[in-house]
Design a protein around this ligand. Structure first.
Ligand SMILES: Cc1cc2nc3c(=O)[nH]c(=O)nc-3n(C[C@H](O)[C@H](O)[C@H](O)COP(=O)(O)OP(=O)(O)OC[C@H]3O[C@@H](n4cnc5c(N)ncnc54)[C@H](O)[C@@H]3O)c2cc1C
Length: 440
């Protein structure tokens, strides 16, 4: 098979997962013809956009839901992305040095001290700040607070990233490589069919063929997988995340709070917004939504298809609702979306970070936030708390990438590039990859 509609690899989805894979294939493999199909009219307009996520390059140091082992794994992924950004000189354009910290309040203080002791050897830049020092660094965290507060963090690390701009840079840099790279916008893939060892894709603008297909379509990945009879052991539960803006820039650091291990990435944090430096953002909230995209029209039928409700899914929901902490968290988050009462309720949440802030100091950020495609494993009746991959071993892979999927894009791309090269008998330039992204 050959011709202008034939590619070695087709990637579906132009968020940070798809574009980082496009770049990885173009720069580090000898694959000749690669295409990326994106249904929207621009790259990274959904969850990878800076408006949709928390803009944090997660290094594992201030995320208390991670064990040291997991934190170091996450750090490796974050370092790859940071190295990429430095390689092309994106400092202060797409990657930003914003002070960061995680605070321990009252009864959390001893845990924070122990965590600092075990983390500082692996994160030598980490500092431990007591209440007095915090009063100098971030006075609003201390003002009006009776209980003790401590923090561990750093003022010198690149901690924030515009994942949308980085996605566009992956496309631009991929096009500079020798491989033939085609990026098609407004090119929705409607269906994928196996044709012997190859694939036929029916899209908005035509029919295309590929030896290998990677589906990086966010919440839509499972929909496309299920249509082909793959991934039926999974369901997707889309969880929306909204933000609140503070009317003044109260803090100049990313301030994380201690996470509940049952609810990773659920604890509210405060972040100076990198696209509008006058704003401090608080969030995200977490609300299960019956749609696959946060701010686009309703797609209830597609949602029902990916939820694919059966006894296993209801068992998972039953277990979640039977846990008092999870149930309270879900109800609270539902209320954070209800106009009229939401500001007052969410202000209480933010007061854990800034005790003197009240509801007049924040506003619901309309149109800001995204959707995390949380995956339910129906076989083990569990809500998976991270990413999921369906590797069919037949030349097609489907990725579902909730938080911190943007940070781990290059390590996910590395995994997929290796799978593709092995399957197609092509070369992955490990040496160059290591030199540019792992060893800097
Ligand atoms: C509130 C919130 C906060 C977050 N904070 C962080 C954070 O601070 N740090 C971090 O690392 N991660 C964070 N994340 C997670 C991160 O945003 C995602 O993991 C990441 O953006 C996923 O990228 P993606 O490319 O896989 O998906 P997306 O960015 O959703 O891209 C998928 C693309 O596929 C396209 N598509 C879908 N179906 C089709 C089709 N049929 N044909 C063609 N194209 C299609 C879509 O249009 C879209 O552009 C956050 C997420 C949320 C919601």
């Amino acid at each position: 098979m050959s011709g202008e509609h034939f590619f070695d690899v087709i990637i579906i989805g132009g968020g940070i997962s798809g574009t980082s894979l496009l770049y990885t294939l173009a720069r580090y493999t000898d694959i000749e013809k690669i295409a990326l199909f994106e249904k929207c009219d621009e790259i990274a307009s959904l969850n990878s956009n800076a408006k949709s996520n928390s803009q944090t390059l997660h290094a594992g140091d201030i995320e208390t839901n991670y064990s040291l082992k997991k934190a170091l794994k996450v750090k490796k992924s974050a370092d790859m992305l940071e190295n990429y950004a430095h390689q092309y000189g994106y400092e202060n354009e797409s990657i930003f040095k914003i002070p960061k910290m995680v605070v321990g309040i009252g009864a959390e203080v001893p845990m924070m001290r122990t965590r600092y002791q075990s983390f500082k050897e692996h994160y030598p830049y980490l500092q431990y700040w007591d209440k007095e020092r915090l009063c100098e660094l971030e006075p609003k965290l201390v003002e009006g607070r009776e209980e003790n507060i401590v923090a561990m963090g750093s003022s010198e690390q690149y901690s924030a990233m515009d994942f949308g701009k980085i996605s566009q840079s992956f496309v631009d840099n991929a096009k500079k490589e020798e491989a033939e790279v085609e990026v098609c916008l407004e090119e929705e893939v409607y269906s994928i069919k196996e044709l012997g060892k190859d694939f036929e894709l029916i899209t908005a603008q035509g029919t295309y063929f590929a030896h290998y297909v990677v589906v990086d379509a966010g919440s839509h990945s499972l929909l496309l997988a299920n249509d082909m009879g793959y991934g039926l052991e999974y369901s997707t539960l889309p969880v929306g995340g909204s933000f609140y803006y503070a009317t003044k820039p109260y803090i100049h650091s990313k301030v994380y709070t201690v996470q509940n291990p049952k609810l990773p990435f659920a604890a509210v944090h405060g972040d100076p917004d990198i696209i509008n430096n006058k704003i401090t953002r608080f969030g995200p909230t977490a609300l299960a939504l019956p749609k696959l995209e946060r701010y686009k029209g309703a797609d209830f039928i597609d949602f029902m298809k990916t939820l694919n409700p059966d006894k296993a899914v209801f068992d998972v929901f039953y277990d979640l609702f039977s846990d008092d902490e999870i149930r309270d968290y879900m109800i609270k988050n539902m209320m954070y979306e209800i106009p009229g009462i939401r500001k007052g309720l969410f202000a209480k949440e933010v007061q854990k970070i800034i005790p003197t802030l009240d509801e007049d100091d924040i506003e619901y950020a309309d149109g800001i936030g995204g959707l995390r495609p949380q995956v339910i494993d129906k076989v083990n009746k569990k809500l998976l708390l991270g990413e999921a991959k369906i590797d069919t071993k037949k030349g097609i892979v489907f990725n579902m990438t909730p938080s911190p999927g943007a940070t781990s894009c290059l390590s996910n791309a590395q995994k997929d590039a290796k799978l593709i090269c092995t399957y197609l008998g092509r070369k992955f330039n490990k040496k160059l990859f290591k030199k540019e992204l792992l060893e800097v």
